[in-house]
Design a binder for this molecule. Structure first.
Ligand code: NI
Length: 169
């Protein structure tokens, strides 16, 4: 859905295209949907891209650094992530059907939180590095080799697709 507005000022015409984003309601534990396994997606089309855009806006508004589709009530294997710092340029990642193909033996510990568990934080130990294959926003197959916060965030979010929450560790 989009709508056009035009306005004239000083002989210049500006056309502004508004793309409507929808902020979705985030589902809070102990809603049983959070314990369900999400289903694989078949392909990336415009409807799915609209959902990705809405999930990103929802995550930024919360604010959070990762959001799985199940957290907005949709049992599809889809994540949005952005671990960029406040002062940095935004760096959104959209991951369809993400799958971990490598986990390092070394581990790291981060304090984790979750938009579905407000005000709940815990130090969680996970593999320090992971490699993830996924389909991107444009439907292309990608591999991501992640370390640090991004690695932890990916593992936390992929857990959501399998009905696992960080409090289970
Ligand atoms: Ni979470």
């Amino acid at each position: 859905q989009s709508s056009n507005f035009s306005s004239s000022s000083k002989g210049l015409t500006t056309i502004i295209l508004f793309i409507k984003m929808t902020i979705k309601k985030i589902i809070i534990e102990p809603d049983p949907i959070l314990r369900k396994k999400s289903n694989k997606l078949e392909d990336v089309d415009n409807n799915l891209r609209k959902l990705m855009d809405d999930m990103l806006e929802t995550m930024y508004a919360a604010p959070g650094i990762g959001l799985a589709a199940v957290q907005v009530g949709i049992l599809k294997r889809l994540l949005v992530i952005d671990v960029s710092k406040d002062q940095e340029k935004k760096n959104p990642l959209f991951l369809v059907n993400p799958e971990i193909i490598f986990r390092s033996k070394e581990t790291s510990i981060y304090e984790e939180g979750c938009l579905s568990l407000p005000e709940h934080f815990a130090e969680i130990e996970r593999p320090a590095e992971c490699h993830v294959v996924y389909i991107d926003y444009n439907g292309k197959k990608k591999t991501l080799k992640a370390k640090g916060l991004l690695s932890t965030c990916l593992q936390h979010e992929i857990d959501h697709l399998n009905g696992i929450l960080f409090i289970d560790y």
